[in-house]
Design a protein around this ligand. Structure first.
Ligand SMILES: [Zn+2]
Length: 114
């Protein structure tokens, strides 16, 4: 299980690299595990590995941020992954879309990785 989660993480890194997304491991504010950020042509995904000690959770947050990059690139400049759902409907719909993207991507990778 551990090995599987690690290989899924490596594949997610490859996907990010292919899309020229810079992945950084930094400490984020209390309520944030991960963050997708767009600055001019540059795209970043920040992951707080201290908070994401559970590898399955870590992969999900990573895939979620990739979802924002894939689906919301032209809509917003940055979206935070909040532990608590925001009560803003628009933001919630973006979060739901990114969660669905992550669910599908992780599902696909899980079926391929041993
Ligand atoms: Zn999000």
């Amino acid at each position: 299980m551990m090995i599987k989660q690690k290989s899924i993480f490596r594949i997610l890194l490859k996907i990010a690299r292919k899309r020229d997304i810079i992945v950084k491991y930094i400490n984020l504010p209390d309520c944030v595990d991960g963050l997708w950020l767009k600055r001019k042509e540059l795209e970043f995904i920040m992951l707080d590995l201290d908070k994401l000690t559970d590898l399955e959770k870590r992969n999900f947050v990573f895939a979620h941020e990739l979802g924002h990059s894939t689906l919301h690139k032209d809509k917003v400049s940055n979206v935070m992954y909040w532990k608590n759902n925001s009560n803003n409907n628009y933001k919630k719909s973006l979060e739901d879309e990114a969660n669905n993207f992550a669910k599908n991507l992780i599902g696909e990778l899980t079926s391929k990785c041993y």
